[in-house]
Design a protein around this ligand. Structure first.
Ligand SMILES: C[S@@+](CC[C@H](N)C(=O)[O-])C[C@H]1O[C@@H](n2cnc3c(N)ncnc32)[C@H](O)[C@@H]1O
Length: 314
């Protein structure tokens, strides 16, 4: 289908449908390739169970999506039954169940690369002594503690999460000196004043928040003007052969290992690839960061695009 869609672009047939479809730019799209001469870009929508190919053309009316999926080639469109259950109750219970194994599983399944991703995040956010830093969906607190270590305790770091079981593990981790506080809070209703942090981060958490846009708006609201926002999240690599190899591992191997080692009733390690597949990535997420009020939004793929660091400023 991808080939067919590309050939429709290059043969100019896509142009015939440009005016036929002026629906809104879809949120969950993924950039596939660029055709600079025709000013068309090809996207696939959705990773989890359905695929439609779109291109965007830039016209005086803005960016218009054109659906290139022929009815015969289209796989079924998503319905609610195919979408992963991200209700707050489910997510909270799921992390509560896997909390005792969470750190071990993270390091094992990522072969310790997750530690490096968090260090990169801290470095890119470039915290300064005295900064007030908020790490939302902090879980077992690794990113919050990485900020604290980076500044040798010369900062105030607050980590919040709605799952007490995860926070219990964060609170048990050693802190040499200075102030790190872990408290319970829903990312969609942060109990902080507007403009009250220099840096606001979320690592592998936004994907799990029931209302992504509300979560993004809260990150922006509590960040001070000129402050920085960092979002570290899993993404699907785009390049061959990493993409198919990683997708196979992520969908077939990881859930089996995960479920065996971190036994839980909530299918946490089936949820992981499903939620990554459904989550907006790259251009789609940076668009939404700006819609939520960030003045700038950029992304930097890490480790072949298995994870991506999104950064923005208010
Ligand atoms: C995959 S863990 C990430 C933990 C940590 N940030 C890390 O880097 O390992 C996702 C965390 O997000 C939390 N979470 C999900 N939705 C939330 C929400 N609406 N409010 C607060 N925490 C939430 C979960 O409880 C869980 O601890």
């Amino acid at each position: 289908m991808r080939k067919e869609a590309l050939s429709r672009i290059s043969s100019g047939k896509a142009a015939a449908v440009v005016n036929a479809d002026t629906t809104k730019k879809p949120h969950n799209y993924e950039f596939l390739s660029s055709e600079p001469e025709s000013d068309l870009r090809l996207f696939t929508l959705g990773e989890g169970g359905y695929t439609q190919y779109f291109c965007f053309t830039n016209s005086s009316h803005g960016s218009t999506p054109v659906n290139l999926t022929t009815p015969s080639a289209a796989t079924s469109a998503p319905d609610d039954s195919q979408q992963v259950d991200k209700s707050s109750e489910r997510v909270k219970q799921m992390f509560g169940e896997i909390a005792p194994q969470y750190d071990r599983m993270n390091h094992l399944l990522s072969m310790n690369v997750d530690r490096w991703w968090r260090r990169i995040t801290v470095r890119q956010m470039a915290p300064k002594p005295g900064d007030r830093i908020l790490d939302v969906c902090t879980g077992t607190g690794d990113l919050a503690l990485a900020f604290h270590r980076h500044l040798s305790g010369d900062c105030e770091v607050i980590g919040t999460d709605f799952c007490e079981e995860m926070l219990d593990y964060a609170r048990k981790k050693p802190v040499a000196s200075g102030k790190v506080t872990f408290s319970q809070a829903d990312a969609q209703r942060l109990p902080f004043d507007d403009n009250s942090f220099d840096i606001v981060t979320v690592a592998f958490g936004l994907r799990n928040v029931e209302d992504t846009d509300l979560g993004l708006r809260e990150l922006v609201r509590v960040c001070r003007p000129g402050g920085k926002i960092g979002i570290l999240e899993f993404t699907t690599p785009r390049r061959w052969p990493i993409r198919p190899a990683y997708s196979w591992y992520f969908r077939n191997v990881l859930p089996i290992i995960g479920q065996r080692l971190a036994k839980n009733n909530m299918s946490a390690y089936d949820y992981l690839p499903q939620s990554v597949g459904e989550f907006p990535s790259y251009e789609a997420l940076t668009d939404r960061m700006q819609q939520a009020g960030m003045a700038t939004a950029e992304f930097r793929p890490l480790t072949f695009g298995i994870a991506t660091l999104y950064t923005g400023s208010k």
